[in-house]
Design a protein around this ligand. Structure first.
Ligand code: SF4
Ligand code: MG
Length: 332
């Protein structure tokens, strides 16, 4: 598997004055393989959007590295930046806010082509716009209309068409379905899956819960207060979540069918998310963790590969803290 994106020890801090520092992203690492969907999940304020924006270069980094296709994205020369922006595109949670209300759909989708000087003649661009509209399940009749004439789901399709205009390799989707009705969410996810197959796309798919990412992600990373808590293949995460935070997130997923009784013990994550300006010492999840121990306030849990390709940052799996038998028992 070819690694297309490497995020290494990435930190992104915002300095708020008076010695206040918001550690939005505090040392996270993950790889994204070519052709896969990597889901990045966590409650609001966990740093997942900041991670996406730092990867694509909308934010500078504080430290660490983002390497895309072999190149450090924060150290590109002008020419390399131009081709990087062509190859990595973003879709947003609220397509309405990201689409210019005074532009027609055709103008919106054409704009990146004009900026990048591809599909140069207006005839070529028009043909390309029609093709893209069809690719996302709209049609050429939609080209001369304005964003407000469309439903939320249709607007997200327009946002996707615009992101595809330059034929990118990689798309960062920042909560692309969170603002949509549940019935429309599945349609957009299915569209994204089809486009991924047809065009060989790689996705970073950002979401605030574990419900829909299940249907699109090959691997998932769970973030909390700027740190990565757990990372593994989608199947393993849903079958055997190891981190107490992931376990809580999973048990909070609503069961969609009202006729099916939910027999699982409800374990909604209790308590408030602490401020990222003043995060708890040691494990940042300890103020909400049902398993917190003395060690949890004293030291930051290390990132361990507990099982093959299953990484977790939690003292419960650290043999030198809980003893070898206990650590093994939890994984078994
Ligand atoms: Fe809970 Fe401690 Fe594990 Fe943190 S390190 S998740 S507080 S058990
Ligand atoms: Mg966000």
């Amino acid at each position: 598997k070819k690694v297309l994106l490497q995020v290494k020890n990435l930190q992104k801090f915002f300095y708020m004055g008076k010695k206040k520092t918001l550690k939005a992203v505090d040392g996270i690492s993950f790889d994204v393989y070519k052709g896969e969907t990597f889901g990045l999940v966590g409650e609001s304020g966990c740093g997942k959007s900041t991670t996406g924006r730092t990867i694509i270069g909308l934010y500078s980094k504080t430290s660490g590295n983002v390497v895309f296709d072999g190149k450090d994205v924060h150290a590109l020369n002008e020419k390399e930046q131009f081709s990087f922006h062509k190859n990595m595109q973003m879709i947003f949670q609220d397509p309405y806010a990201s689409l210019n209300p005074r532009s027609t759909v055709k103008e919106i989708i054409s704009e990146p082509m004009e900026v990048h000087g591809i599909y140069r003649t207006s005839k070529e661009r028009t043909a390309r716009v029609y093709q893209l509209l069809e690719d996302v399940g709209l049609n050429r009749e939609h080209a001369n209309r304005y964003p407000h004439e469309f439903s939320g789901g249709q607007r997200q399709r327009i946002g996707i068409a615009r992101a595809l205009a330059l034929d990118p390799d990689f798309i960062i989707a920042d909560e692309p379905i969170s603002a949509l009705d549940v019935s429309v969410q599945a349609q957009v996810v299915n569209l994204m899956k089809r486009l991924q197959k047809e065009k060989g796309l790689t996705y970073l798919f950002i979401a605030h819960d574990l419900s829909m990412v299940k249907h699109i992600s090959d691997r998932i990373g769970v973030m909390y207060l700027g740190r990565m808590m757990e990372l593994t293949e989608s199947k393993s995460l849903y079958k055997k979540p190891l981190h107490p935070y992931t376990q809580a997130l999973l048990s909070a997923i609503p069961i969609p069918d009202p006729d099916v009784e939910d027999k699982r013990e409800r374990q909604i994550v209790k308590g408030e998310i602490p401020s990222p300006i003043n995060p708890p010492s040691g494990c940042v999840f300890r103020t909400r963790c049902p398993h917190a121990m003395e060690a949890c306030s004293k030291s930051v849990p290390q990132w361990q590969e507990v099982e093959s390709k299953h990484y977790v940052a939690c003292h419960l799996y650290n043999e030198s803290i809980v003893g070898a038998d206990k650590a093994k028992e939890l994984v078994a």
